[in-house]
Design a protein around this ligand. Sequence first.
Ligand code: SF4
Ligand code: ZN
Ligand code: ZN
Length: 346
Amino acid sequence: MVTCTRCGKREAAFYRASSGESLCLNCLFREMENTVLKTIRRYKLIENGDRIGIAVSGGKDSLVLMHILGTFRRQGKIPKNTYLMAFSINEGQPFSCFYRMSRVDIVKKIADENGIEYKTFSFKDIYGYTASDISQGLWSKGDQTHMCTICGVLRRRAMNIIGKLHGLTKIATGHNIDDEAQTVMLNVIGNDVKRFAWFGATPENDVEEEKFIPRIKPLRFLREEEIAIYAHYHGIPLMELECPYVYTNPRYKLKFTLAKMEHDNPNIKYSLVSFGDNLSRLVRSSVEPNLYKCKYCGYPSSREVCRVCELFEKAGLLDYIDKSKALLDPHPAIHSGSNEAVKKEN
Ligand code: SF4
Ligand code: ZN
Ligand code: ZN
């Protein structure tokens, strides 16, 4: 029997190539939770009085995030007065995470066990259109914008709207080190140095536009396969079906490229993320603030037309602005919470 390198007592169940340790499940889970706690403390991700939204896709990462934040709050490792609200967004395309979340009851159970409110929202109610409506509009005009881009751009704005509607101070996402390493690679491959300005764990630097609710990534130093093991032993099921669009997303291939590179360099993901963080500091000090307000929706933007309006305009659906007027900042309805469409979803 191989014993755990850490405790020297229990049987080792996991070989961690990056540190050369053989760990028992107890030590692995304790180490993972310590890593998350250190990330939260080092980057001051959660502070007294914070109202944190947890973006839940139904996948293992966001559910583990919900479980760990709930546990930390109970244990007083994050302030006990931290308000936690989990939410999912239905993008409204046939393969949305929302429909693939086969065990919605598990999401609710984890939320209940941890005293976390769970709410659902949809693109349809926020924008008046689904992701499918937009893709149809774009594709019928020969614009081949990838479905993941539509989901991603609209989800980011939607999170902000939800955050404002519920007075959230930060939004936590389940990004892990694999996601972060892929982002670094994508920025490098796309020769997009500017994007490093929005790379990192700290609340200020993951926002493309001013006045966005800061995003935090407490799991960004955890490895994907370790999160999967943690999920399995904590009764959190893995999503059974992949969204078919994921196979043509450039991230998907990078996953395998990184796995091959990792074979020769077990720490490559940590090196990439550390490189990204260092570059981010340099780039942030030289990036100009957003100069424009989007001419359609009024959101601050680095361009004349923000990415959300750009997509709707190309799809011929710019009237989304009228449909969602009451929800979009700086319109007062967000703050007064008077939008019935969103309330109805809750
Ligand atoms: Fe949307 Fe892409 Fe995720 Fe599918 S894989 S739900 S298209 S972001
Ligand atoms: Zn051990
Ligand atoms: Zn706009």
